[in-house]
Design a protein around this ligand. Structure first.
Ligand SMILES: *Cc1c(COP(=O)(O)O)cnc(C)c1O
Length: 415
């Protein structure tokens, strides 16, 4: 093995890692190497403390007074501003609420309403499925609208733009391949064609610096339970550029989005700004956990995060290709770091079984149908040595053929 891939060298990198102190902010089971923080982030200690306090003091003791006393009612917008820093959004443009799927529906409705004469929505056939499913539901509910998919109805989004295209829904980082789109250039091209863009940041928020305001993005959505470590099912976020807020309308006109929710008026009047993208009562315990998780994020330098993320993914690719060569693994992620998110995927005909064997050996990644082994690299709690151990474990599973044991072929509901 070359010196750059030796364990001694990697331990040296870990010793000088400016982010190494963040490992202590997380609870992770002993011996587990967690390469799935892109799917469900692990528990920050601050999130568990926040949950404990929100349950035993705010809920159990203070009861309904906590809506005011603990600031429960303000959480969606307060946390929205804190997520805003991570995605390059000035305050007042982000709300934390609902799920990504629901926020996609709201963003599609609002964006389409701002381009009423253009009835074609573009999305990607290869995007995370819920994006396409929600877009299908949206066009089905709007007479005259149609959905066209990159990779099915045309070769590239840029070629498919035209005078009837009003809204383009795109994934910033592809969930399967880890390919990172050029947010600035693609946003510009969409605007030049007269359309609006919605970026889905589920695989980039908390993985790399994002500049939504600088790129003049129109709308964005994303999850908080992946890289942001907000906890299972933690609410998502929605970004609406300030310049669109006065005119943007979304159809889930629930009372939390009303201009005066506690006036209990008979008819809906949307709140003046980002608050009109709220619908109804939010999962407060989940918001409280996310608030704890964001205490960690408030301290993170995103440029240092990105630099380490690329070091870890470069290292993983190099180690797999030297230590696990000749076992039929094919790299599915861009080799060029400029277009890579924070994950690495390899395809293999027995990807499912290999991932199950890895999990049994305490290296947790995931499988994405039909044949992808997917590994997320999260710089706050992973070291270079962890990457080395993960690849040695993978090598052992491949060399010994452990994955061929029948127990690894049993399929679970969640992969
Ligand atoms: C994980 C993910 C989602 C999840 O949507 P939910 O509504 O939270 O289930 C949506 N889009 C992308 C790109 C994702 O990766």
């Amino acid at each position: 093995m070359s010196d750059a891939l030796s364990l001694d060298h990697l331990r040296g990198l870990d010793a000088g890692d400016p982010l190494k102190g963040f490992r202590a902010d997380f609870v992770l089971p002993e011996g587990v190497i967690y390469l799935d923080g892109n799917s469900l982030g692990p528990a920050p200690k601050a999130a568990l403390n926040a949950l404990q306090h929100a349950g035993s003091a705010e809920w159990a003791q203070d009861l309904i007074r906590s809506w005011n006393a603990a600031g429960w009612f303000q959480l969606p917008l307060e946390l929205g501003d804190r997520v805003g820093r991570l995605i390059g959004a000035a305050p007042g443009q982000v709300a934390v609420c609902d799920s990504t799927s629901i926020n996609i529906f709201k963003a599609l409705s609002a964006a389409a309403g701002l381009r009423p004469d253009r009835k074609t929505v573009l999305a990607e056939a290869g995007s995370f499925p819920t994006d396409v499913y929600i877009a299908e539901g949206f066009v089905a509910s709007q007479p005259g609208y149609r959905l066209r998919l990159e990779g099915q109805d045309g070769a590239s989004i840029l070629d498919m733009l035209g005078p009837d295209v009003g809204v383009v829904l795109l994934n910033h980082v592809n969930y399967r391949s880890g390919r990172l789109a050029d947010l600035v250039a693609v946003t510009r091209a969409i605007h030049e064609a007269g359309a609006l863009v919605i970026w889905d940041l589920c695989h980039s928020a908390g993985a790399l610096p994002i500049g939504l305001d600088a790129a003049e993005v129109d709308f964005a959505v994303g999850c908080s339970y992946k890289y942001l470590n907000g906890g299972p099912g933690a609410p998502a976020f929605i970004y609406v550029a300030e310049r669109h807020q006065a005119a943007a309308r979304q159809p889930l006109s629930g009372w939390w989005g009303h201009a005066r929710p506690f006036a209990f008026e008979t008819h809906y009047e949307g709140a003046p700004a980002i608050a009109r993208f709220l619908c109804g009562t939010q999962p407060i315990l989940s918001l409280r956990a996310l608030k704890g998780a964001l205490e960690v994020w408030d301290r993170v330098d995103l440029d240092a995060l990105r630099a380490k993320s690329l070091q870890l993914t470069d290292l993983f690719i190099a180690l797999v290709e030297t230590r696990c060569a000749d076992h039929g693994l094919a790299l599915e992620t861009p080799r060029d770091p400029a277009v890579r998110g924070s994950q690495v995927s390899f395809s293999h005909p027995h990807a499912y079984e290999i991932v199950q064997a890895l999990i049994e050996r305490q290296v947790i990644g995931d499988f994405r149908a039909p044949d992808v082994l997917r590994f997320g690299f999260t710089p706050l709690y992973l070291s270079h040595e962890d990457v080395w151990i993960a690849v040695e474990t993978l090598r052992d599973i491949l060399e010994t053929g452990l994955w061929r044991e029948p127990r690894f072929a049993a399929r679970h509901a969640v992969t």
